[in-house]
Design a binder for this molecule. Structure first.
Ligand SMILES: [Mg+2]
Length: 406
């Protein structure tokens, strides 16, 4: 089998409401680039890349000369061919490598008529449990969807639990003053007794703020405290707080993982199939974590159905997956895979069992959402519509006003 062509299509898929976070917002939609890698036997492998537009499509197309003629089975060679770790281009290409790796695994799986999890050692679970991913939200144009007050937050979590069966809840914070978000987090824990919780301010708290917040939630049923402040050296100062510390920002490659083993800062590494450069890199990182008794979970960087499939295959094969995965997925209104959005049952999603990644494109949906991207574009995709002109600082000194309805 040889690669003969690569295609990239940027799509934008609407969210139920704009999601606010520490560095801005997902402004009512996700922008993703769908990658298709075609082989000489007519099979097409699927990948997905965060963000999009002409530059993303051009970056994918720019790999064409590297990849035409390449055997999709040769995955280690692929890593060095397009993201040699000693080359300065490595960091720029790691997410492209991930998208191409997804597609090559999909091609190999289809060619052999086996699911990707069988290429990764075989599944040890049939479904992957997910946390609800709770965001503060601004309202839609029709006034619906706002999540701001503790009461709205509890109502939102309760509705998601009723609909999808979540028993673990993650609050994405870093939007409002920490004492206001503390009120919301504690309200969630009070309203959902027996469930587990995690708080993630995306690293925008100072060490002192993060310590105060951590000490104020220590009595709750916390899975972990995620990126409470920025930097390995900042997070390391919080190791005595008494809550496991997790990250998807300061341990996202093997160098940082080695540093964290030699001089521990975090207890739980949130593995992202895109940030780490593919599903296989995450499996390797999980083995290092297993060796050094670090926890692992599956991170979400905002997925459509192709990336979700990579998260499900990863979650299926990790023996040391002791935490529920994260997904933004339930915030989407639709998906570009055939059969439409996947469903949660009791807070979990079934691992696809078809050949390869086990998902195929719904071409009409791809066309529809590629057209929508052309209409509305990408800017200002990551800015908070409730705060015109605002941009993030670390530590954040300019919180959103919790008294202002959005
Ligand atoms: Mg995070």
């Amino acid at each position: 089998m040889k690669i003969v062509d690569i295609r990239a299509t940027t799509v934008t898929v609407p969210l139920e409401a704009p999601l606010r976070h520490a560095s801005g917002a997902h402004w009512g939609r996700f922008v993703r680039t769908i990658v298709e890698v075609e082989a000489d036997n007519g099979l097409v492998g699927l990948g997905e890349l965060g963000g999009g537009g002409e530059s993303a499509e051009a970056a994918v197309r720019g790999l064409r000369d590297y990849l035409v003629g390449h055997d999709p089975f040769a995955l280690e060679a692929l890593r060095f061919a397009i993201a040699n770790p000693t080359a300065s281009l490595y960091n720029n290409r790691i997410q492209l490598l991930a998208a191409i790796e997804f597609a090559c695994l999909d091609l190999v799986g289809q060619h052999l008529n086996v699911p990707v999890y069988d290429l990764l050692g075989g599944k040890i679970r049939d479904e992957v449990e997910f946390a609800s991913y709770l965001f503060y939200r601004t309202s839609n144009a029709d006034g619906t969807g706002e999540v701001r007050t503790p009461e709205q937050l509890v109502a939102h979590a309760t509705a998601l639990k009723a609909e999808h069966g979540f028993t673990v809840h993650k609050l994405k914070g870093g939007v409002f003053p920490p004492e206001f978000e503390l009120e919301g987090y504690r309200a969630l824990a009070a309203a959902l007794p027996g469930d587990r919780f995690r708080y993630d301010p995306n690293g925008v708290l100072s060490v002192a703020q993060a310590r105060r917040f951590g000490e104020a939630i220590r009595d709750l049923h916390n899975d972990y405290y995620e990126d409470p402040t920025w930097g390995l050296n900042g997070v390391r100062q919080l190791r005595d707080i008494g809550i496991p510390l997790a990250t998807n920002t300061v341990v996202v490659n093997f160098e940082q993982l080695a540093t964290n083993v030699r001089d521990p800062a975090v207890d739980v590494v949130l593995l992202d199939t895109t940030f780490w450069g593919g599903i296989r890199a995450c499996v390797k990182a999980a083995a290092v974590c297993e060796t050094f008794q670090l926890g692992v979970a599956v991170h979400s960087s905002g997925e459509l159905g192709i990336q979700l499939a990579t998260m499900l295959h990863l979650g299926a094969v990790l023996p040391n997956l002791s935490y529920a995965a994260d997904a933004h997925y339930h915030h989407l209104t639709d998906d570009i895979i055939s059969g439409g959005k996947k469903s949660y049952v009791d807070g979990a999603i079934a691992v696809p069992t078809g050949p390869g990644l086990g998902v195929r494109l719904d071409r009409d949906k791809v066309d529809e959402y590629a057209e929508l991207y052309k209409e509305i574009g990408g800017y200002p995709y990551d800015r908070d519509p409730a705060r015109p002109g605002w941009y993030p600082l670390v530590p954040n000194e300019r919180w959103a006003d919790p008294a202002i309805a959005t």
